[in-house]
Structures are given as C-alpha cells and as structure tokens.
Design a protein around this ligand. Structure first.
Ligand code: PMP
Length: 360
C-alpha cells in the first residue's frame, strides 16, 4: 500500500490550499462571495483551429491588452488568470531560503503560492486604519531574517478595498531596486484606471510588476485570463517557467473579443453600474442597526463589520444568500464581504437583512 505520508513533499503535507469560493461551496441561489460579475456576455467561437496547439502568447491578446492598458506589447505577458502570474513570479524569483512579503489581511493566494513553492512568507504590519505605508514595509524587509525577494501588494486590496498610495509605492521601488514589487490591480477598474493604475510607472522602474485580470471588470472569471505587465526582461524570465500552452484557443478568441472597442465599452458601462450599486448598497447598509462599519471600497465589493458577523453569515446562508466570511482573519472580527451583484441580488440581500435587523 502506498505510504503517502512518506512520499508527499514535506512542505506540501503542511500546505493549506487556497480556500476559493468554489472550494468552500455552499448551498444557495444568490452568490455574492467571489467578486464575480453578476452577468455573462455572449461571444462567438470559431472551432476550425482546435486541432492545433495554440500560441503560448497569442499576438491578438498581447496587442489588445497593450492597447487597453496603454503600454507596449513587449511589456505584456498573458496567463491563466492572474493567479498563474502570482505563481510564476514566485517560481522564477524566490528560492527556498528566501521570502515573499505580504501585508495581511490580503489576497490569500500570495501565501499559498509561496508555501506551494516552499519559500518563506514575511508579514508586514498595517496602520490602525489598515492602510499600508512604505515605513511599515521597510520595517518588515529590514528586520526579516530571510531575504525578501518579492513584495505582493493588492491595490485595491482584497478584502480591504483600499488602494496603495503612489508616493508610498515610489518610495519602496526606489529604496529597494533589487526587490520586485508586484502591484496586483485585479480590481483597479472599479477604482478608476486613470487615477489609480500604476502602469504609468512601468517605464521608470524595472522592479515593478503589475498583475491584471479579465475576471472582474471584464466579467470573465470563467475564462481564466490574466496578465503580468513589467519590464521585457522580467517577463522573459517568467516565460522560461510558464507552461507551454497556458492560453487555450477559445480563451484567446474570447479574450480578443472582450478587448475589442465594443468589449471595452461594455466593460466601462458594467464598471460604472457596479460602482453606483456599491455606493447605494453602502448607504442602505449604514442605516442598519446590525452594521458597525462599512469599510471604504474602491473595488466591486464591500467589507462590512457587523455586531455579530457569524450570526449574519448564518442567517443569510439559511436563506440561500452566500457571502464571504473574514471573521477569523486578524483585525477583521465580525467582518463579511459582499460582492456587488445584480440590483435584484442586492435588493434581496437588503430585504433579508432589514427583516432580520434587531434580531441580529
Ligand atoms: N488578485 C486578487 C486581489 C483577487 O482578489 C483575485 C481573485 N479573487 C485574483 C488576484 C485572482 O484573479 P484571477 O481570476 O485572475 O486568477
């Protein structure tokens, strides 16, 4: 009989896999737990080339995304969701006795990618208001007993919803030119690209990598398409370790349609509606007695501190509304995250919470 305990890599035995919304599951009819768009668009598929292996880096996606992001195609790498970019960055740049730096609470995949690759994780503190500053990152880097090679910063942050200030980022990039700083902009469209994307800094800093995704603003979480943007030589290094065919032919076709001018205008409308709904929901939630605090958010979700988070989570789940719980995360006791779904889904959630308010 195979003795798995003896043959599974030691670091994998200890590994806690990423708890994605799909893995956690839940029975319900209204899913507001994965920051997905509430509606899918229609796309055309041409199946005449499915007998051939696809391009590793389909030209139309590189061109299309470079145009959308306002950069050049040699600064774009496409991959299987931004999750793949996170893993590639760790595998390419961080060794077993080295570390990635994260600032919890933050997106869970940074730590999982590090642990999967048997590299160390160093954690920076945040300010009282959960904002992140150069000083706190510096303190963590300088005091770490292992060498920090990569810093992961989500901006807007998940689940905190706030963006990382440009001046703080510049200070970090300048103080540590040999350290790679990854700014994860999965939600940046909801914050406003013009003002909050740091893509404009790419020509100035070789050590900056930006990750982006089609899963949120583009409403294509099921497609699995994301990007890493950075210095051409940094991307070349990532392309050494990428799988031979990360982008399937249907993914390339749908991605290109989503990046067409029609696709991009649909995305802009979708984002605008989402932001309006988010602010409406905030106003409604703030009137409830069971709500202590609605965090500022620049993303497609709200993080809410309830008087009794677990009770609200349970009450919603019993009525088929699935949100995401962060009650066991440091500093986030009683906090739940609600994705901005359709107007109907949000109305249903508010009706349910209003009916329960006072009992929770
Ligand atoms: N970064 C952040 C901050 C996220 O919240 C998520 C998904 N929840 C991702 C990256 C991964 O996105 P993708 O679907 O592109 O893998």
């Amino acid at each position: 009989m195979l003795n798995l305990a003896r043959i599974i890599n030691e670091h994998v035995q200890k590994l806690v896999p990423y708890q994605s919304a799909r893995r956690i599951g839940g029975h319900g009819h209204t899913f507001l737990n994965a920051n997905e768009s509430p509606k899918s668009e229609r796309y055309l598929l041409n199946s005449t080339k499915l007998n051939r292996y696809p391009e590793c880096q389909p030209e139309e996606l590189l061109e299309g995304y470079a145009g959308y992001a306002g950069t050049t195609r040699d600064r774009v790498l496409c991959c299987r969701g931004s999750d793949e970019a996170i893993g590639l960055i760790v595998r390419t740049f961080v060794g077993p006795e080295e570390a990635v730096l994260i600032a919890p609470p933050t997106y869970g995949m940074y730590e999982v990618a590090a642990r999967t690759n048997n590299v160390q994780v160093v954690k920076a503190r945040r300010n009282e208001d959960f904002s992140l500053s150069f000083d706190l990152l510096k303190e963590a880097i300088d005091h770490s007993s292992v060498k920090v090679k990569v810093v992961f910063i989500d901006s807007p942050a998940n689940p905190l919803g706030q963006v990382f200030a440009e001046a703080e980022l510049r200070a970090l990039l300048e103080a540590y030119p040999q350290l790679l700083v990854v700014v994860d902009e999965a939600y940046v469209e909801f914050a406003g690209i013009e003002e909050h994307s740091r893509i404009t800094l790419l020509p100035e800093y070789d050590n900056l990598i930006i990750t982006r995704t089609m899963s949120k603003a583009f409403a294509l979480a099921g497609l699995r398409l994301g990007y890493a943007l950075g210095h051409p030589e940094v991307l070349k290094a990532l392309l050494k370790v990428i799988d031979p065919y990360p982008i399937s032919e249907p993914v390339a076709q749908i991605g290109a349609q989503a990046l067409s001018s029609t696709g991009v205008s649909l995305t802009k409308e979708r984002v605008q509606k989402c932001v309006e709904l988010r602010e409406r929901l905030r106003g409604e939630l703030e009137k409830l007695k069971c709500v202590r605090e609605v965090f500022p958010s620049q993303a497609n979700f709200l993080l809410i501190r309830f008087g009794d988070g677990p009770a609200v989570f349970k009450a919603l789940a019993e009525r088929g509304i699935i949100v995401r719980s962060f009650v066991d995360k440091p500093g986030l006791d009683n906090c739940l995250r609600i994705s901005i779904g359709s107007p109907e889904e949000l109305d249903e959630t508010m009706r349910t919470l209003t009916a329960l308010d006072g009992t929770l």
